[in-house]
Design a protein around this ligand. Structure first.
Ligand code: RUB
Length: 332
C-alpha cells in the first residue's frame, strides 16, 4: 500500500512494461523516465519535502515492473540522483528539474541508438549476412544503417520463442528493404554456415562483460563461436550494471508458463512443470565487441564504462544513486 496515490497514467506505464506492451530495454528505460515526468506533472501537493517522498515512492513503484533490464533502475536513478544532488530550494525547482532531466534522458537514449547504428555499421563489411535474435532496437539500428550503406542485404531473424519478438524484427527489417529469412530458434546451427556476423542487443551488461539478453542469445553466440562467426552486442551505456561491480547477480526474470503452453494444456497435465526463464547470460569470451554510443569496446572493458559513469568509489555512488539492491523493490 502506498502513502501517495500513484497517478493512473503511471500505473498504466508500469502495467504496459510488466505485460510487455512496452518492451525492449531501451524503450523500458525511456518509459520509466516518462513515468517520472508524468508523476511530477500530476503531483497535487504544495510541499517540497512531500514531493521528494512522493517521487521516491513512484520510483520504487516503476522500478519493480520487471527485474532483468538494468536500464530500468538506471533510468530512474539517472533522474533522481540529479534531483537529489541539485538540492532544489523550492517545489517548482524540483518539478522543473525532474521533467527536464527525464526529457534529456529520453533524448540521450534515442540519440544513443542512432550513434550505435552508425558505429556498428562501420564494423560490417560489404556482403555480410547477419543473424539476429529477439527484437533489439539497437541491433536493428546497426543492421538498417549498414543496409543503407549497401553493406548488408540479407538477415536471418530467429523467431524467439515463446513471445515471438523475432516477428517484430522481421517486419521492421523487411519494411526497411532487407531480405529477411525468419527461422525457428532450433535451426540456429543449421543456418550459421550462411551467416557472417551475429548482432544482438542487451538488457544488462555485467562488470565482467557478460551480456544478459533474451533467452537463446547465449546459444547463438556459442554456435557463432563454433563457426568462427563474430558476435557483436549493441548496448547503450545505461545498460551497464553498476551493482555487478560489488558482486550482485543479475536477476533472471521467469514469466508465466502460459507463455509456453496453453492454460488448457497446463490444466490437463498438472504433473508437468513448465518453466519459462526469459533471459540468459552470454559469457564475455563469446562476444567479439560491445557497441556503445561512446565507442566500440571489448567486453572485458565493461568495467571502464562503469568507472567512467560512477567513479572509482562505486559502492558509495550506488548508495547515493539508490541503486543498491533492495528486496522491497523487487517484491510484488
Ligand atoms: C528484449 C530483449 C532485447 C533487449 C535490447 O526482451 O531481450 O534484445 O532488451 O533491446 P523483452 P533494445 O522483449 O522481453 O523485453 O535494443 O531495444 O533496448
Amino acid at each position: 500500500m502506498h502513502r501517495f496515490e500513484i497517478p493512473r497514467k503511471v500505473v498504466e506505464i508500469r502495467e504496459d512494461i510488466k505485460n510487455m506492451k512496452i518492451r525492449g530495454a531501451g524503450k523500458i528505460a525511456r518509459a520509466a523516465a516518462e513515468a517520472l515526468a508524468t508523476a511530477t506533472r500530476n503531483f497535487e501537493g504544495e510541499d517540497l519535502q512531500e514531493f521528494m517522498e512522493y517521487i521516491n515512492t513512484v520510483a520504487d513503484f516503476i522500478r519493480s515492473a520487471r527485474p532483468t533490464a538494468v536500464s530500468l533502475p538506471n533510468a530512474v536513478s539517472y533522474v533522481l540522483s540529479r534531483l537529489r544532488r541539485a538540492k532544489p530550494a523550492s517545489l517548482s525547482e524540483a518539478r522543473d528539474l525532474v521533467i527536464r532531466t527525464a526529457d534529456y534522458f529520453i533524448e540521450y537514449s534515442q540519440n544513443a541508438v542512432k550513434v550505435i547504428g552508425e558505429l556498428g555499421a562501420k564494423r560490417l563489411e560489404y556482403g555480410d549476412v547477419v543473424m539476429t535474435h529477439c527484437h533489439s532496437t539497437a541491433a536493428v539500428s546497426i543492421i538498417v544503417t549498414a543496409h543503407k550503406l549497401g553493406k548488408v542485404n540479407k538477415v536471418y531473424v530467429k523467431e524467439t520463442r515463446p513471445r515471438l519478438q523475432g516477428l517484430i524484427t522481421a517486419r521492421v527489417l523487411s519494411d526497411a528493404g532487407l531480405d529477411v529469412v525468419l527461422i525457428p530458434d532450433s535451426s540456429v546451427r543449421y543456418f550459421m554456415k550462411k551467416v557472417t556476423k551475429v548482432i544482438v542487443g542487451a538488457d544488462t551488461v555485467a562488470a565482467n562483460g557478460a551480456v544478459i539478453n533474451k533467452i537463446g542469445t547465449s546459444l547463438v553466440a556459442l554456435v557463432a563461436k563454433e563457426a568462427r562467426v563474430r558476435t557483436y552486442v549493441a548496448a547503450e551505456t545505461y545498460k551497464f550494471s553498476p551493482r555487478t561491480v560489488i558482486g550482485e547477480l543479475v536477476p533472471i526474470e521467469v514469466r508465466d508458463p502460459t507463455e509456453v503452453v496453453s492454460r488448457d494444456w497446463l490444466k490437463n497435465k498438472p504433473d508437468v512443470e513448465v518453466y519459462n526463464p526469459v533471459f540468459d547470460v552470454t559469457p564475455p569470451e563469446y562476444i567479439d565487441a560491445i557497441i556503445t554510443e561512446r565507442g566500440i569496446i571489448p567486453p572485458q572493458a565493461a568495467i571502464l564504462i562503469l568507472i567512467e559513469e560512477y567513479g572509482l568509489s562505486i559502492k558509495e555512488q550506488l548508495k547515493e544513486n539508490d541503486l543498491l539492491i533492495r528486496d522491497d523493490v523487487l517484491g510484488e
